[in-house]
Design a binder for this molecule. Sequence first.
Ligand code: PMM
Length: 268
Amino acid sequence: MTLVMGIVNVTPDSFSDGGRYADADAAIAHGLSLLAAGADILDVGGESTRPGSERVASAVERARVLPVVAALAETGAVVSIDTMNADTAAAAVAAGARIVNDVSGGLADDGMLAAVAAAGVDFAIGHWRGHATDMYAGAVYDDLVADVVTELGARVAAAEEAGIRRERLIVDPGLGFAKRGEQNWTVLGHLPQLAALDLRVLVGASRKGFLAAALPEPEADERRRDLATAVTSVLAAQAGAWAVRVHDVAATRDALAVAAAWQNGAAA
Ligand code: PMM
């Protein structure tokens, strides 16, 4: 069954939770509640990548995330660290993280691939063409799906060359990263083409603007965005996704359980 990665943002400026979990204790409590809701992985991040966001100094990022990573890993949870900084990745692994999730696939920090190779953990490679300060400058493609697959393939090759074992690699189409609204739907509609890379595929659609734009009322509140996310989780699972990265773990777990009952002809 497709795994559920629950999002634990430790950022005062995240668009999706309004910075409610800015404080470490609240973020830890939120992570524990996502575990109770059935999260298989907790993805802890301290730098917002929302379009237009400014970069955060990596020392500030580390101060935000390390206590949260340590406390959640201590419970035995599988923790991933959502960072573009090699220093933060290495420190988070030392604090117990078992996956490095880099939306830039190692492009933002020259030291990232070597840091992950040395850490000996899994590495999620996002498709990325530039920082959030200029998110849509790169949203021009010759052939969108083919370009995404080729560019991810190049990062996979670079990661292997740096000494990260292939079975440790995960690829992510990077929804919203250098992709305008409808381009995200094109990528999702061709998700099986990512399978050609023969690696685990991670999908992060949760609460993103392109998803809300598909609703009859695009200004839909958070609850409706979470319902839309849960539907997307099922479709991503059917397209072969290894894991989905979501804010509302309970909604996605419910949706995946119903889809599994349909497929198996029986409730689990
Ligand atoms: N999106 C965001 C942050 N981290 N990580 C992966 N692997 N894939 C994504 O699509 C992704 C990510 C931005 O969303 P958020 O601000 O809601 O966390």
